[in-house]
Design a protein around this ligand. Sequence first.
Ligand code: FAD
Ligand code: NAG
Ligand code: NAG
Ligand code: NAG
Ligand code: NAG
Ligand code: NAG
Ligand code: NAG
Ligand code: NAG
Length: 580
Amino acid sequence: MGALLWKLNLLFLAGILFSLKHCASHRDTGRKYSFMQDATSAPIISYYDYIIVGGGTAGCPLAATLSQNHRVLVLERGGSPYGNPNITNLSAYGVPLSDTSPSSPAQRFISEDGVINSRARVLGGGSCLNAGFYTRASPRYVREAGWDGKLVNESYKWVERVVAFRPSMRQWQSAVRDGLLEVGVLPYNGFTYDHIHGTKVGGTIFDHNGHRHTAADLLEYANTNTITLLLHATVHRILFTTHKERSNSRPVAHGVLYKDARGTEHRAYLNHGTKNEIIVSAGALGSPQLLMLSGIGAGHHLREHNISVVLDQPLVGQGMSDNPMNAVYVPSPSPVEVSLISVVGITNFGSYIEAVSGAAFTSNGSEFTMFTPKIGQFSKLPPKQMILQAIAKAIGRIESLDQEALRGGFILEKVIGPISTGHLELRNTDPNDNPLVTFNYFQDPRDLERCIQGMGTIEKIIDSNAFAPFRYNNISFSMLLNMIANAQVNLLPKHTNTSMSLEQFCRDTVMTIWHYHGGCQVGRVVDNDYKVLGVDALRVIDGSTFNYSPGTNPQATLMMLGRYMGVRILRERLAADETN
Ligand SMILES: Cc1cc2nc3c(=O)[nH]c(=O)nc-3n(C[C@H](O)[C@H](O)[C@H](O)COP(=O)(O)OP(=O)(O)OC[C@H]3O[C@@H](n4cnc5c(N)ncnc54)[C@H](O)[C@@H]3O)c2cc1C
Ligand SMILES: *[C@@H]1O[C@H](CO)[C@@H](O)[C@H](O)[C@H]1NC(C)=O
Ligand SMILES: *[C@@H]1O[C@H](CO)[C@@H](O)[C@H](O)[C@H]1NC(C)=O
Ligand SMILES: *[C@@H]1O[C@H](CO)[C@@H](O)[C@H](O)[C@H]1NC(C)=O
Ligand SMILES: *[C@@H]1O[C@H](CO)[C@@H](O)[C@H](O)[C@H]1NC(C)=O
Ligand SMILES: *[C@@H]1O[C@H](CO)[C@@H](O)[C@H](O)[C@H]1NC(C)=O
Ligand SMILES: *[C@@H]1O[C@H](CO)[C@@H](O)[C@H](O)[C@H]1NC(C)=O
Ligand SMILES: *[C@@H]1O[C@H](CO)[C@@H](O)[C@H](O)[C@H]1NC(C)=O
């Protein structure tokens, strides 16, 4: 036991030394890791203790942690975020999201609901594309997930030392904060990462120079002698074998097949050792998709695609959810700063109020940072009618607007949970293509009720004294609901029905806040240790395991989970070695 404690201490001491080293090192954007290489230069066959599929928000901290004691391979289908201002600049937020080319770090998908959405294709995953808001899960969420609260807090701190910052609050975000307080979203909890009812200023992964820090930065903690990171490495299949010595032969994951950018096939296998594992961290779309492509899914569905069934598991791809987001554009008579989310109102009726403001300058003039039709955040038409022609037209209209029309901001509302769920299916057997996904926004009336209440709160915020400098008094809330840009310059009606109810507004103008999750949920596809049920040596650790979205925004908890599970896996192995 003494030896075990001593080893654990060494482990944590290593962590502290790494963070000290980090403080001394500068965070230059062009830096590459010595252990990062393009998959074209990788051997055709190689062996590791852990193979992690997906160098995303959860995958990077997980890999860095496991590399402390083991040989780790990370396979990431995208490229490096380093030295790419499209990812690093706060004001470039919309650039990757509007780039639909195959080399974009963002891969667009449109759910069967008709809502335009996006998934990461870059080292660092969604943390390279997102709006940066950093906020923890509630203690209740942690309890209900069955996590160890102390290790959770230590893991959040490990993440925060590298990627979390305090935002500088300027006028518009401050007015939203004060408006929230005025309408009774109380108490004011100041600046905190904690999830507490009331209004707060949260963290951000953008530093004071507007530079983004991502989950890829957590690889600074990695052991450079034991980690290998391959970019442009797309995993096509997990390879299974069976325990030959056992009669009830459970499938055992023992390798993966991946392709590099030239299309060359490589195989990576696990070193011998019963504790070695493959861990899938390919995100809420990628993980259930890869399980299915590897033969774990509903038997009849896999057979439709000629995939040989390893395990008939109809729950893979079930429980997909995307929190509905609805927003109101508030044109402002006075100038506003360019801001992404800094403030959140955590209401007691299950709706989160957040806001973004300002327009960023582009080569063509300026445009909104978050709510631009170029990235699909456009709610002029109900989702299913949001055809590409309508979007192209809107892009043209917005580009022709006067600068003044873009002076303003969006107050948005995200529904907690949500309760409504959908499902994911394969479209084909190409891992580069998006699967078919359905979220069924507002299928459950409780989600709709939360949206309606959230919109009611937004109306009161706009009417508040605090918000007076940022609203035109002659524009009513129903006019605001029906426009996407400044009324006096160019009213773009969203809806022909001007007496639209809030219920109809919620349904017709639903957008994504990109917090989609599920598909490999705990208790259905993986157990409480994130081990895939029914097979050996395979775990899933990422947002696909969530039953509900954690906190007001999930990235902090995804990074925490990568670290948390890494430490737990290391501890389990040390404890097992100790008893052997
Ligand atoms: C535009 C946008 C804005 C957002 N805003 C916020 C915000 O402000 N605050 C917040 O907390 N959250 C925000 N989010 C949500 C948050 O970023 C995501 O929930 C989170 O990043 C998901 O983490 P993950 O580890 O589950 O998956 P990801 O980070 O997506 O990681 C999955 C990784 O796996 C790789 N991959 C997938 N398939 C394969 C394969 N077959 N082979 C190899 N690699 C593969 C992908 O390229 C990716 O890097 C936002 C997300 C987006 C997209
Ligand atoms: C940034 O995005 C633009 C537009 O999508 C693209 O043309 C450019 O190559 C990108 N820059 C980098 C460094 O990837
Ligand atoms: C990023 O920011 C720098 C300085 O703020 C600016 O020079 C550069 O043009 C920006 N790049 C993008 C893609 O926005
Ligand atoms: C973890 O930290 C939160 C505050 O961030 C606190 O409320 C909670 O009690 C802590 N949990 C443990 C087990 O220390
Ligand atoms: C499955 O295989 C059969 C027989 O080889 C073939 O006819 C069919 O087109 C295949 N289906 C798919 C989806 O590839
Ligand atoms: C600028 O406008 C032109 C013409 O409308 C368009 O083709 C181009 O894609 C735009 N570029 C950017 C970076 O938005
Ligand atoms: C609102 O008032 C402004 C002047 O403050 C005026 O320019 C604008 O036309 C008015 N808009 C509407 C919709 O009445
Ligand atoms: C317009 O909205 C009102 C209020 O929600 C509703 O009663 C009416 O049926 C709608 N009309 C049309 C044509 O959709």
